[in-house]
Design a protein around this ligand. Structure first.
Ligand code: ZN
Length: 198
């Protein structure tokens, strides 16, 4: 079914790798791109390559940073034996904005989602389990209250509990299906303070 040139087909195929982009949207974008001025296209492509090449993940918590260790992990004043597990770096930012949490984080970069074929191996879960070999008192699971967020919390709890480390889940003050980054700071802190043992 080669209706388009090879290069356009290739572009459509590559675009469908992006999350939420089906073939139809990819086609629409591809046709938009081939009609754009060349320097705009170069600029977009360049920004993508540059961002990808310059981004680093903290070797401890896997948040996005430009250092080996992020400013939170390298701060001796933080409580390093308390780890809050979040889905994405933007969730970490939401908790940091409250200014009330003094522990450290672990960024999973996603949640388990069987429908999308995302398994525990696809997120930073084994990296978290590895961290538990150190001195850890509590793991606070702050994944979202979506079905996938809850399922991921259950899987994590099953892995962590046998180690004897305390596992807590943030309270359901966070609206169901609500993404952490949109939740106000007071609600976030209430969810944190009201966390319950799993
Ligand atoms: Zn870090």
């Amino acid at each position: 079914m080669d209706y388009y040139s090879k290069s356009v087909n290739k572009l459509i195929e590559e675009l469908t790798r992006l999350p939420g982009l089906g073939v139809k949207t990819a086609q629409r974008l591809a046709f938009h791109i081939i009609n754009m001025p060349e320097d705009h296209v170069n600029s977009i492509a360049g920004a993508m390559v540059n961002a990808r090449n310059s981004v680093k993940f903290c070797k401890e918590c896997f948040t996005i940073t430009d250092q080996e260790l992020c400013p939170i992990c390298s701060n001796p004043k933080r409580t390093h034996d308390q780890i809050m597990v979040v889905e994405e770096t933007k969730d970490l930012v939401a908790y940091e904005r409250t200014g009330q949490y003094n522990g450290v984080y672990h960024v999973l970069h996603g949640v388990v989602n069987p429908q999308l074929g995302i398994t525990p191996a696809d997120i930073k879960m084994k990296e978290l389990i590895k961290r538990l070999e150190g001195d850890v008192q509590e793991v606070i699971i702050a994944t979202g209250s979506t079905t996938e967020g809850e399922a991921t919390a259950m899987i994590l709890s099953k892995f962590i509990k046998p180690t004897g480390i305390r596992v807590t889940r943030i309270a359901s003050g966070v609206p169901v299906g609500g993404e952490l980054e949109y939740v106000d700071e007071v609600t976030l802190m209430r969810a944190f303070d009201g966390r319950i043992d799993m």
